[in-house]
Write a protein that binds this ligand. Structure first.
Ligand code: COA
Length: 387
């Protein structure tokens, strides 16, 4: 019997989860049974953190307790802030975020076996600190002092405050909050799977989240919004959108922020992000939304011309680009902002994995040379083969 190789694990079910469900055929995303379409306009990110970590939406007292804990956990250990001061100012924000998150383990207590505690409180610590790291590096690389987090603000409002030193207006904080809600979880996506694989070896939360961050960075995953923003900036003006799309596709390249492994219809998160992008663009009098919108229309048109039955639509990363750009976030920090939302799901998945663990260890079909004897050094030719 021949071995079936599923490159990319497409359609392969490798585990179960209670956290979220992606129904790609109908374009529905639910967190523990709640539709993202209902959550996005109504729920705060803190409610979603509670839903994912504790299994249910919080009552008022539970929400206040969670907010207090998040607020109390936001500050970074001083040595990590000092370490950031010594990093070259050209360092990529995702490199800094991944390194400092890994560094948090150095300041976390260990038990008698030298292990860190991986529980809901460590999860909350990581959720709380992630935006502080991103905002601190944003300022340090601009030659400014980091701003201490405020415990009384939401995750979103506090991030905007730590970046700029000013209180954002309600529209901006609400937009970022909704962005975090939309990004909070997405079943076994690549970075979450990576976190679960790491946790399945009984590595701790710090290690698992570091692995997730490493996996997020590529432009087929969390790096796509940065790539989409690069494209939108290059297009520069709405009337150039179609020519750009035609040129990109004719060179066999992809339109970043389009297409999805799971969704065969438009990503449900894109609709909410598009509405936010439109609102923010109007407020900021910017052209980002208009350019993005025209690019999406042009992509649909040109892709349809090529293949009438194609199913490539805007994904979550496409309208992330104009949203974050209009919030004043630099393009190379977009993946970090993705991480500040997805950390809720990552930590939830790691705790779920640890609660019912089985080592994740798939097989590969071997395609190398047939077994043969070891070749001693003096008998090898220039290519290392037997002479
Ligand atoms: N632009 C143009 N064509 C695209 C495309 C895009 N963004 N995404 C997929 N396609 C095309 C591929 O070229 C391929 O065409 P072919 O069958 O003629 O060769 C077909 O669609 C299938 O692509 P494939 O890469 O096999 O699908 P996948 O399930 O592995 O792709 C992504 C999923 C996300 C990797 C892919 O859509 C992509 O690269 N998108 C751009 C990056 C991005 O936005 N990533 C964030 C995802 S949330």
């Amino acid at each position: 019997m021949s071995t079936v190789v599923d490159r990319g694990l497409e359609g392969v079910v490798v585990g179960t989860t209670h956290l979220s469900n992606v129904e790609g055929a109908i374009g529905r995303l639910t967190y523990r049974g709640y539709d993202i379409d209902d959550l996005a306009p109504s729920a705060t990110f803190e409610e979603i953190v509670h839903l994912l970590l504790y299994g249910h939406l919080p009552n008022r007292a539970e929400l206040e307790t969670l907010k207090r804990e998040l607020g109390a956990q936001r500050s970074l250990p001083e040595p990590l802030l000092s370490a950031m001061q010594n990093v070259p100012k050209t360092a990529w924000p995702m490199d800094v975020l991944r390194t400092i998150v890994s560094g948090l383990a150095l300041f976390s207590p260990v038990d008698a076996r030298g292990e860190h505690v991986s529980d809901v409180h460590t999860a909350i610590e990581l959720i709380a600190k992630m935006p502080t790291i991103v905002a601190a590096w944003d300022r340090v690389r601009r030659g400014l002092d980091p701003i201490e987090p405020r415990a009384d603000l939401s995750q979103a409002a506090n991030f905007l405050y730590m970046r700029s030193g000013k209180m954002s207006n309600g529209v901006e904080a609400d937009a970022l909050d909704t962005y975090f809600v939309l990004l909070a979880d997405h079943s076994y996506n690549a970075s979450t799977f990576s976190a679960r694989v790491t946790a399945s070896t009984r590595a701790d939360l710090y290690a698992s989240i570091t692995a997730a961050l490493a996996t997020l960075q590529g432009d087929l995953h969390g790096g796509a919004a940065t790539a989409a923003f690069r494209a939108i900036s290059e297009v520069g003006s709405p009337e150039n959108a179609e020519a750009y799309v035609r040129d990109t596709l004719s060179r066999g390249q992809r339109i970043m922020g389009m297409g999805h492994r799971e969704y065969k219809v438009r990503d449900p998160r894109a609709r909410h992000l598009e509405a936010m992008a439109k609102k923010l663009s109007e407020q900021a009098s910017s052209r980002w939304y208009e350019i993005a919108h025209r690019m999406e229309e042009a992509s649909r048109k040109v892709l349809q011309e090529k293949k009438p039955d194609n199913t490539i639509y805007a994904n979550v990363d496409f309208y992330t680009a104009p949203v974050l750009a209009d919030l004043g976030v630099p393009g190379d920090e977009f993946t970090c902002l993705f991480a500040c939302g997805r950390i809720a799901g990552w930590t939830g998945h790691v705790l779920e994995q640890l609660a019912d663990n089985r080592l994740i260890r798939p097989q590969a079909s071997y395609d190398g040379p047939a077994p043969g004897p070891y070749v001693p050094l003096e008998k090898r030719d220039a290519n290392g083969a037997r002479n």
